[in-house]
Write a protein that binds this ligand. Structure first.
Ligand SMILES: Nc1nc2c(ncn2[C@@H]2O[C@H](COP(=O)(O)OP(=O)(O)OP(=O)(O)O)[C@@H](O)[C@H]2O)c(=O)[nH]1
Length: 387
């Protein structure tokens, strides 16, 4: 492809992506990553435009030092955006070390711009190093989209390889490099460099949309106060599991806080909320990570214990009652003496007992309430028996 045309297309694409990212940043100023990535597109356009001037009668300070400096800043801004995006812990020590390395790169660039070969070597290796750091950063950050982060990591590594090849070509043709630019062979590495930068600029906003979509999905599935599954999500998960694993025995527990209205009336809703969160915490910590816990009403919870024997489930239910009684005696300085009542039933999903199971567990819970509360009642499909 005709090089000037490709460069013009790349510059225009980067300008458009930069403009788009700046609009995103204006709409969501909390997401600082967009600001850094928008600025990085701008710096890239400026850096490449400055380096294009190498074929003309432009001072080497501008066409080499300024151009390569802006390309280094481009990579730095991409990394800063990634740090913001992934909430990577960028400690003070790491920040100081990074600033020191950047100062060294700038100094090396400044002292080498009188030699076209040396400045190109320093510029290429600096940007390659920054992209290796980017790949490392992606690897050590908590991203939830393995395919896209894998692609991004691959692009970063490929980018570093391309720049290292460019540096090698410079070493190889050291004496042929003059102020009008790189040797012919390096044109391909330059092309790869601009293409990979454009790909990165395209992938980054895409990644952030996936992240936003995921966080909205999680919000729609969770109860805002306790962070447990909300009613809709809980029942959809139960149905899904019931259909997917019809042979797995499960135990369903319905859990209700005793005399919760009195706690609200006596101590206020604020204390009631703290108590709800504390009960949810006790359940989350006391159950296995694959069990499903949901807040299905104001002070009512439901739990599905998967693949469990009935006697073990009963022990767990009794333990929960005891833990709540002991740990919830005093909340926020008030003696609230909170307890819970539990109704439970064992179900074999294959027998299509879902709806009946909730009814029986509810009846068992009702039985617990009427037998003095702070107790567990085991229901059986078609009959209810107190423990
Ligand atoms: N603080 C707080 N209270 C809530 C919330 N959701 C529901 N409630 C309260 O929970 C109380 C439930 O009261 P009831 O249904 O009478 O039940 P109870 O007082 O626990 O009595 P028993 O269940 O019979 O032991 C009501 O006062 C609701 O206002 C919430 O998110 N926060």
């Amino acid at each position: 492809m005709h090089l000037p045309t490709l460069i013009v297309i790349t510059l225009l694409t980067n300008l458009l992506i930069g403009f788009y990212l700046s609009i995103l940043y204006r709409r969501r100023p909390k997401d600082k990553c967009f600001k850094y990535w928008a600025l990085s597109c701008g710096c890239f356009v400026f850096g490449i435009s400055a380096s294009v001037s190498r074929g003309y009668d432009v001072p080497a300070f501008f066409s080499f030092f300024v151009a390569d400096f802006f390309l280094i800043v481009t990579a730095v801004l991409v990394l800063l955006g990634l740090i913001r995006f992934s909430r990577f812990r960028f400690t003070k020590a790491k920040r100081q070390r990074s600033i020191a390395i950047l100062c060294l790169m700038t100094l090396a660039l400044f002292f080498s711009y009188h030699s076209p070969a040396l400045v190109t070597l320093v510029g290429s290796l600096s940007v390659a190093m920054l992209f290796i750091a980017g790949a490392w950063l992606i690897r050590h950050s908590v991203f939830n989209e393995p395919i896209y982060t894998g692609t991004l990591q691959f692009i970063f590594i490929l980018h570093s390889v391309v720049l290292i090849v460019q540096a090698a070509l410079v070493c190889f043709h050291w004496d042929n490099i003059n102020y009008s630019g790189l040797p012919d062979q390096a044109i391909y590495t330059l092309l790869s460099h601009v293409t990979l930068t454009t790909l990165t600029a395209l992938l980054l906003p895409w990644l952030s949309f996936l992240k936003l979509e995921r966080s909205l999905t999680i919000k729609s599935q969770r109860d805002g106060l306790t962070k447990l599954a909300n009613r809709t999500f809980f029942f959809s998960q139960v149905e899904r599991h019931w259909l997917q694993y019809p042979q797995v025995k499960v135990v369903l527990m319905m859990i209700d806080i005793d005399h919760f209205k009195e706690i609200n009336d006596k101590f206020g809703h604020h204390v009631g909320d703290i108590a709800l969160k504390a009960v949810a915490d006790i359940m989350s910590k006391g159950l296995r990570s694959h069990d499903l816990i949901g807040r299905i009403g104001g002070e009512e919870f439901a739990v599905i214990l998967y693949n469990i024997e009935l006697d073990v489930a009963q022990q767990i239910a009794n333990r929960l009652c005891n833990q709540v009684m002991k740990q919830m005696a005093v909340i926020d300085g008030h003696n609230i003496n909170l307890t819970i009542s539990i109704g439970m039933v064992q179900v074999l999903p294959a027998r299509n007992q879902i709806h009946g199971a909730f009814k029986v567990a509810d009846e068992a819970l009702y039985h617990s309430k009427h037998s003095g509360r702070n107790t567990v009642t085991l229901g059986q499909l078609n009959e209810v028996s107190s423990e």
